[in-house]
Design a protein around this ligand. Structure first.
Ligand code: NAG
Ligand code: NAG
Ligand code: NAG
Ligand code: NAG
Ligand code: NAG
Ligand code: NAG
Length: 438
């Protein structure tokens, strides 16, 4: 597979006349927040983020309990109003190239889009990709090594098509695996011919409103894996800033430096699917201000069955901590906030809220620090507390949820205004505070 510079036929790709390869250079992609054009109030943005977090949790819960049949989570599907997925990237598929906006997902690896002829496609805003109109699409033959990883045995030869059913448990997508030319990049376009992707002809309603997804996980068919990109990074703008654009970088362009950059190794994930593709981090403790919270060091240890541990995820909005850690954080917040606690036990998942008397300003609060192995992530108050309107009251809520699944997740509200680098070759996550979007 060779990366070539693509040429012309695009509305918004500006092409430089040099040959690029991901490893010599890399490229940049703008990320669109799902709610960026919605003209939502701050509280609406939050409730929508919370709803996506719940949906996400059920997806991850589903994957964790993959082998125990007693959990079946059913979630309301998305729609044009509230699609699943938080960040979307634009890319072009096929020859001639057609543009799509697909969900960016760091927790899974398959790249897929809906294809005609549909068996059970969900609603999507743009016309569905039609492989018969592209000159560069090819089937994956069943003697290909790829075949064994994703393809199910039927239909058998002679048709020999690689059919898959990729389950997110709270959702699934199914079709035939193919290769096709994909074009990426905002300012410099990179083409990847023979991108392995899922041509989905049936998907569960969970994906209603979306055209598909791009996986960024550690799995073999994620975009970074297929590009042989040694690293990628992103910088997510302030959650409430729907005007400026978050960016994602792939390849060496992803790198950044400075004295504020710290790094922590990824924890080796359990080798057995379905957890093997998550990016696990080693969280060792949490402080509020200078006070180290009393949380047993083993609380975040990853078990061999995939429970425990902490995942960094682009698709979860609000961080989830397993109960023991959540209660320690909640107690610490309670001890420093001098406001009346609101006893609405669960406002869309927000469980620790205070009443803000009208006209009062937001209380001053210290930073909260997540102590990762080798690196402290210092969250300013805007990254862990949230002003929220609820039934004519102004609330001040902790933007961390208690995880009812036995895994913790670092969500994207906490990642706002950090530049975050996934060095997939070195198996290290680096980050530094940044004003993203400027
Ligand atoms: C990635 O590396 C593999 C194995 O070395 C190679 O076959 C493939 O062509 C490379 N892909 C790209 C896009 O460079
Ligand atoms: C956005 O919402 C505000 C308040 O609801 C409204 O006044 C304004 O006209 C809306 N703007 C657009 C562009 O829809
Ligand atoms: C899918 O989204 C469309 C457009 O928003 C909506 O009309 C339809 O009811 C949704 N379907 C489901 C099953 O949610
Ligand atoms: C894919 O798998 C899911 C979960 O096992 C199942 O509910 C769904 O019906 C399957 N889809 C197809 C098209 O076989
Ligand atoms: C976004 O842009 C609009 C119009 O330019 C402006 O009125 C609004 O204040 C901006 N919002 C933020 C959060 O910067
Ligand atoms: C996973 O392993 C841990 C520790 O051995 C155990 O406590 C837990 O019950 C297991 N969970 C599942 C879902 O198997």
């Amino acid at each position: 597979m060779k990366l070539n510079i693509s040429y012309a036929i695009t509305l918004f790709l500006f092409i430089l006349p040099i040959v690029l390869s991901v490893e010599n250079n890399g490229f940049r992609i703008e990320l669109r927040h799902v709610d960026s054009k919605g003209n939502f109030t701050q509280s609406e943005l939050l409730y929508r983020g919370a709803a996506r977090t719940m949906h996400r949790l059920s997806q991850i819960r589903g994957r964790l309990l993959f082998s125990s049949a007693n959990i079946i989570s059913t979630m309301r599907g998305g729609n044009e109003e509230t699609p699943v997925g938080t960040y979307y990237m634009d890319l072009a598929i096929g020859t001639p190239p057609l543009f799509y906006s697909l969900i960016v997902d760091t927790a899974t690896d398959l790249i897929w889009t809906q294809c005609t002829p549909c068996k059970k496609c969900v609603f999507q805003p743009r016309p569905i990709y039609n492989p018969s109109r592209s000159t560069t699409v090819s089937p994956i033959p069943c003697n290909s090594p790829i075949y064994e990883y994703l393809c199910s045995v039927d239909p058998p030869p002679p048709s020999c098509l690689c059919s898959y059913n990729y389950t997110y448990v709270a959702g699934w997508t199914s079709g035939t695996l193919k290769t096709e030319t994909f074009t990426f990049g905002t300012t410099k376009a990179v083409q990847l011919s023979k991108t392995v992707f899922g041509c989905s002809t049936s998907s569960s309603d969970d994906f209603n409103g979306t055209s598909g997804l791009v996986g960024f996980s550690r799995g073999p068919f994620s975009l970074p894996s297929q590009l042989n990109a040694s690293m990628f990074s992103y910088c997510l703008t302030s959650f409430f800033d729907t005007n400026s654009t978050s960016t994602l970088f792939l390849g060496p362009l992803a790198k950044f430096s400075g004295t504020a950059v710290t790094s922590t190794p990824f924890v080796k994930s359990p080798s057995k699917s379905p957890f093997s593709s998550f990016y696990y981090l080693s969280l060792q403790g949490i402080s509020l201000g200078t006070t180290k919270l009393s949380i047993q060091p083993s609380t975040f240890t990853l078990q061999s069955n995939g429970t425990g541990g902490l995942i960094i995820d682009s698709g979860t909005t609000i961080t989830n901590l397993i109960n023991q850690a959540y209660h320690a954080v909640q107690n610490a917040i309670n001890s420093i906030v001098n406001l009346r606690r609101v006893d609405a036990s669960n406002i869309n998942g927000f469980d620790t809220c205070y009443n803000l008397p009208s006209g009062s300003s937001l209380p001053t609060m210290p930073d909260m620090t997540f102590h990762f192995e080798g690196a402290d992530m210092v969250l300013p108050v805007e990254n862990y507390m949230i002003p929220l309107a609820y039934q004519n009251n102004n609330l001040w809520c902790l933007a961390i949820f208690s995880s009812d699944i036995s895994v913790s997740i670092l969500g994207n509200y906490q990642q706002q205004n950090f530049h975050i680098l996934y060095d997939v070759d070195k198996e290290v996550l680096s980050f530094a505070p940044a004003q993203c979007g400027n």
